[in-house]
Ligand binder design. Structure first.
Ligand SMILES: NC(=O)c1ccc[n+]([C@@H]2O[C@H](COP(=O)([O-])OP(=O)(O)OC[C@H]3O[C@@H](n4cnc5c(N)ncnc54)[C@H](OP(=O)(O)O)[C@@H]3O)[C@@H](O)[C@H]2O)c1
Length: 363
């Protein structure tokens, strides 16, 4: 049993933050949850967090002193917290650079400042994709290797993590957790928010997008949200061991070939064709599909050509359980939940229910 800690969690209403908050509160820690627009905390399975177990603090990470009053900030900065778990971020793609800068970069700078002022240990939640478009084994010890970054989100997360790295060198106590692509629960497949990869899953299986630039040998790294929350919780509770290090929270290996094969097991699904990026020409797509490509698929396409593996030696050394070993089996759980919840429709066996759907994207 670790000692009772005073912990500030930012992004506590988010997919990851709510699970982390729930775990830390259940372990008996005194948790202050930073809330922003969404003021209630709901776990991944839809259960609201008991307000009696967590103190909610409305704040904005983009603002100096997190937008708190001088007295409110002084309470935190004056030694009122032992740990900061920084989950708040803009996580969707295609947003203006300004949003990524103010929330992901400046927001992290403000939490570093708070950690420095109060001597709290900072657990920064980054992303494994700060590796950008590098292939091969990605080590937890590597950060800026001159890699090409795929989008503004990745660039901002690299800048944020670089700030943490510099602050560490300058005496701030910090550890970094880098999840890969966060998806549903390891055992049930349940997910609260259908975002990122789920949007692509919907567009392709419904036949709205039939060709995607990608390589069948590319690797998608899907990690269960409960596992990510477990890693962050462990790093927070065992901070004295974790301090100064970075931890990959990565999932079971899954190639695009596996992805396609699993899709093909569902008779009602359309299976997208992955076209080598060098021969893919968006201009030759049917008009409706080209629009989906330009608005949505193009934001994610670099994830369909990367061939990286995330080394997780530090995470294993901290004694965190292993992630699901079987990528295809885990993908089936995710898909089955999408079908049960109605996200991918509840198709009659053997039919492609959305093949003739002429509605727009983003439903
Ligand atoms: N989801 C993934 O696939 C994934 C993968 C790798 C890494 N990560 C990282 O994991 C962390 C958590 O991700 P997530 O998926 O849980 O994100 P999420 O569900 O999008 O939640 C983001 C959280 O940040 C809060 N936030 C946004 N702007 C804020 C502001 N100005 N001030 C205070 N809070 C603000 C949001 O609150 P409001 O909604 O109330 O504004 C929300 O609670 C992020 O750092 C992300 O980069 C996520």
């Amino acid at each position: 049993m670790t000692r009772r800690l005073k912990i500030l969690v930012t992004g506590a209403s988010g997919l990851v933050g709510a699970e982390v908050t729930a775990r830390l509160a259940a372990a008996g820690h005194e948790v202050t949850a930073v809330v922003h627009r969404q003021q209630t905390l709901v776990r991944n399975d839809g259960t609201p967090l008991d307000p009696a177990t967590v103190r909610c603090l409305p704040a904005d990470v983009t603002r100096p002193r997190l937008g708190l009053t001088e007295a409110g900030y002084a309470e935190l900065a004056g030694g009122g917290i032992d740990r900061i778990v920084h989950c708040a971020a803009i996580t969707d793609f295609g947003r203006p650079e300004e949003d990524y800068r103010t929330v992901n970069v400046d927001g992290t700078a403000h939490l570093i400042e708070l950690a420095r002022a109060g001597g709290a240990g900072l657990v920064h939640v980054g992303t494994a994709y700060v590796c950008g478009e590098r292939d091969g084994l990605i080590r937890e010890t590597e950060l800026d290797q001159g890699q090409r970054l795929a989008n503004g989100y990745e660039a901002s997360k690299l800048r944020a993590e670089t700030l943490v790295h510099k602050a560490r060198a300058d005496g701030v106590r910090a550890a970094v957790v880098r999840p890969s692509i966060v998806v549903g629960d390891e055992h049930t497949g349940v997910v609260r928010d259908y975002k990122n990869i789920y949007v692509i899953l919907k567009l392709t299986t419904e036949g709205k997008v039939r060709s995607v630039p990608g390589l069948y040998e590319a690797r998608l790294d899907l990690v269960p949200v409960d596992y990510v929350a477990d890693v962050i919780t462990r790093v927070t509770e065992r901070f004295d061991e974790a301090e100064g290090r970075t931890f990959h929270a990565a999932g079971a290996p899954l190639t695009l070939r596996d992805f396609s094969d699993v899709m093909a097991e569902y008779p009602s699904f359309h299976v997208p064709r992955f076209v080598p990026p060098t021969s893919f020409d968006a201009q030759r797509l049917p008009t409706r599909e080209r629009r989906y490509y330009e608005r949505i698929v193009s934001l994610y396409e670099s994830y369909f050509r990367r061939r990286m593996t995330f080394d997780a030696s530090h995470t294993a050394a901290l004694g965190v359980r292993a992630t699901p070993a079987d990528g295809p089996d885990f993908l089936r759980k995710l898909i089955n939940h999408c079908l049960e919840s109605g996200y991918l429709g509840a198709p009659p066996a053997g039919t492609g229910p959305a093949a003739d759907d002429a509605n727009g994207a983003g439903r």
